[in-house]
Design a binder for this molecule. Sequence first.
Ligand SMILES: CC(C)(COP(=O)(O)OP(=O)(O)OC[C@H]1O[C@@H](n2cnc3c(N)ncnc32)[C@H](O)[C@@H]1OP(=O)(O)O)[C@@H](O)C(=O)NCCC(=O)NCCS
Length: 199
Amino acid sequence: MSYLFAPESHAADGFVLRSYDVGDGGALARSLNASYDHLKTFSTWARPVTSEREAEERARHFRAKWLLAQDFVVCVAPEEGAEILGGCGYHLREGGLARRNAEIGMWVRADAAGCGLGTRVLVALLEWGFAEWPWERLTWRCAAENTASRRVAEKAGMRPEGVLRGHRNAAAPQAATPQRGDTLLFATLRDTWRRPAGR
Ligand SMILES: CC(C)(COP(=O)(O)OP(=O)(O)OC[C@H]1O[C@@H](n2cnc3c(N)ncnc32)[C@H](O)[C@@H]1OP(=O)(O)O)[C@@H](O)C(=O)NCCC(=O)NCCS
């Protein structure tokens, strides 16, 4: 498979997963600017300030790649209103459409984090990904020291597959000698996916 007519949106319990679109820049900038301190440690792409124009460019770039079936960056939106609660996506980093593999990534707006939203979004991405997308294998990688990210994968029922030792620059690279950090790998296969009880 080299091209995908990708599904556009998925209504979950209390939020909607959808493609970014033209006009999302204002809400995306507000969400990122309210979350920099929360994101800066583990999201290397985060910047202290993102202008509305930069965020609009980013949203349009995400939309273009979605339509080209090159990357699927997903926006987490409330059921009502134009704000953005976070971002996630199915990224084609492991063989992509040809192998039907995607890696899930995620961030949650600072004021919405720590209340179970990340876990619910990950469960929804697994459910949607196996029901309407062609994925056979969905993976999640996180820094070994990113407890929130590890817990989200565990609570969503993803299976740990191992530790990639010394795989990345450590999250706090202030030391004179650059430190290396471990990455945890989790995966869920289509055949074995079951929604975790109570989630
Ligand atoms: C990781 C992230 C997406 C999780 O979303 P969330 O909405 O906070 O997740 P939930 O509320 O569903 O669950 C969070 C879990 O992590 C724990 N947690 C949250 N913040 C934590 C922190 N700073 N330190 C340790 N544990 C933390 C919570 O206690 C909960 O675990 P528990 O059920 O065992 O108590 C979100 O925290 C985030 O945006 N982090 C910054 C970006 C990031 O690291 N993305 C992941 C890259 S792999």
